[in-house]
Design a protein around this ligand. Structure first.
Ligand code: SF4
Length: 162
């Protein structure tokens, strides 16, 4: 706990995080021989690698899928498939899905996740980063910058915006 809190807190929930961190280190030692890369080294299916992340205390489906997505997308770790790596439907991704006409306003997280699965079943999580970046940089909640957005020619909302 001290290492998580001093000299500055590493997380706003440093106390619970220190417990999760310790539990994670134990799991890596006991199940993976102290080598975290053993989690993905046998080229598991995407469902299996998400499942393995879910075995860590404090990790839910969103974080497990995000971790698998980072492995596959950013670190190019080969997996047997990518079907079960979902998008992380945060506020930016949901807003972009709505404005692009992919989901109705006030869609649930599950609706957005399943829409991404239906649009790109081979790797739904691949849509995550582009939508997040569009949402952060151009498709802002109050005033979208449509004239600079790469989606402007196909976006049903963009044509009515500045
Ligand atoms: S064109 Fe405009 S409304 Fe459509 S996604 Fe881009 S920024 Fe958002």
């Amino acid at each position: 706990m001290d290492y998580m809190s001093n000299p500055v807190p590493l997380h706003r929930f440093a106390e619970s995080m220190s417990g999760y961190f310790l539990a994670a280190v134990r799991l890596i030692c006991e199940k993976y021989g102290g080598d975290a890369s053993q989690i993905w080294k046998d080229k598991p299916s995407s469902a299996e690698v998400v499942y393995r992340f879910l075995e860590f205390k404090g990790v839910g489906p969103k974080i497990a899928s995000m971790a698998a997505n980072i492995l596959a997308r950013d670190f190019k770790i080969p997996l047997a498939d990518y079907h079960f790596i979902d998008i992380s439907a945060d506020v930016h991704v949901r807003r972009v899905f709505t404005r692009l006409g992919l989901c109705p306003p006030d869609s649930t997280v599950d609706q957005v996740v399943y829409k991404a699965r239906s649009l790109h079943p081979e790797f739904p999580g691949m849509m995550d980063l582009p939508c997040w970046e569009i949402g952060r940089q151009w498709c802002k909640s109050r005033i979208p910058i449509c004239h600079d957005c790469s989606m402007r020619d196909i976006c049903p909302t963009g044509s009515t915006q500045t």
